[in-house]
Design a binder for this molecule. Structure first.
Ligand SMILES: Nc1ncnc2c1ncn2[C@@H]1O[C@H](COP(=O)(O)OP(=O)(O)OP(=O)(O)O)[C@@H](O)[C@H]1O
Ligand SMILES: [Mg+2]
Length: 292
């Protein structure tokens, strides 16, 4: 018998509570509702990570508010993936602190991250191709009724969640995920995060492999997550996507946070300047952020 983790076997004696609640209930429990104004959902302070001689992160500070989309940008090798893997519990930082809803926490494994309500959506790794949409959404957290899988309840909850997010292109929740398009897969992964009451959803290059229309659908979903009160972090190289969806832009440069800005304060050219040189000659203000 496995425990209720995201990586358990599909048929396991999992006694998962709380049961799936309705979207209305979930909205009522939006993470910022009970938070004093100004307390970020997640505060990252001084996170440092070395791989042998490579200093991937050098004292990174970043606040992630609930109800907003934060784009994490930076050149290749800037440390974006390492940073989100630290938040997701895949890497343990050499130094640094995490504060979750005002409380100091340790994130030392993906299980720790999941217990807090942190869900990471990767382009290809998040789902099992041979399982259908419902099985993927409940993987390791299956609903049981009298000791057997409660397929009807899981199917209904999966459908309701997809519907509530306005996902109309997944016509059957009983089709294997391997038969879905890249955008549909992303939609299922996002819906899974919503279904399990995640408070922070982190996406690494969610639109990298997608066409124009699919990208639009995924970006709309990203916006809806924030509207629902979730914190969202999106790693992206695509400036159009960033400016479409992000409320804030955090720029990593050579393992350091070059600054965190309100999207409206920047132009695409300025962001590219910050990404490639850690500063921009065409912009002199600073909304919030870390002096370099
Ligand atoms: N597991 C690892 N072992 C050794 N070095 C690593 C490891 N993971 C990342 N690095 C190094 O850490 C640095 C930051 O890598 P990271 O993958 O975070 O970059 P990134 O900003 O995500 O880049 P990209 O835009 O190309 O995805 C790079 O120099 C990379 O080579
Ligand atoms: Mg990366």
């Amino acid at each position: 018998m496995t425990e209720g983790t995201a990586t358990g076997r599909i048929v396991a004696g999992v006694d998962v509570e709380p049961a799936v609640t309705t979207i209305a209930e979930q909205s009522a429990a939006a993470p910022d509702a009970a938070e004093p104004a100004g307390t970020p959902l997640l505060r990252v302070q001084g996170v440092t990570k070395k791989f042998g001689p490579v200093q991937a992160l050098a004292g990174v500070d970043l606040d992630i508010p609930a109800g907003q989309v934060t784009a994490l940008v930076g050149d290749n090798g800037a440390g974006k993936s390492v940073l989100i893997k630290c938040v997701a519990g895949i890497h343990v930082p050499d130094a640094g602190e995490f504060t979750w809803e005002g409380r100091s926490v340790r994130i030392r494994s993906p299980r720790d991250a999941a217990a807090l309500g942190i869900e990471t959506v990767y382009q290809d790794l998040a789902l099992c191709d041979n399982l259908d949409v419902v099985q993927n959404m409940f993987l390791g957290r299956e609903k049981l009724r009298h000791g057997v899988l409660d397929e009807d309840r899981m199917e209904l909850a999966a459908k309701e969640t997809l519907h509530s997010l306005g996902v109309t292109t997944v016509t059957s929740v009983r089709q294997p995920v391997g038969s879905l398009s890249g955008g549909q897969r992303q939609a299922v992964a996002i819906a899974k995060a919503v279904l399990w009451h995640s408070k922070l959803v982190i996406m690494d290059e969610p639109t990298a492999a997608l066409g124009v229309q699919q990208t639009e659908v995924v970006l709309q979903l990203v916006g809806r997550l924030a509207e629902r009160g979730l914190g969202v972090v999106v790693v992206s190289h695509n400036m159009n996507d960033v400016f479409d969806v992000a409320d804030r832009i955090a720029v990593l440069y050579l393992g350091r946070m070059a600054g965190v800005y309100a999207t409206g304060e920047l132009t695409k050219e300025t962001v590219v300047g910050l990404m490639t040189a850690g500063r921009s000659d065409r912009w002199s203000g600073r909304v919030e952020g870390v002096a370099s």
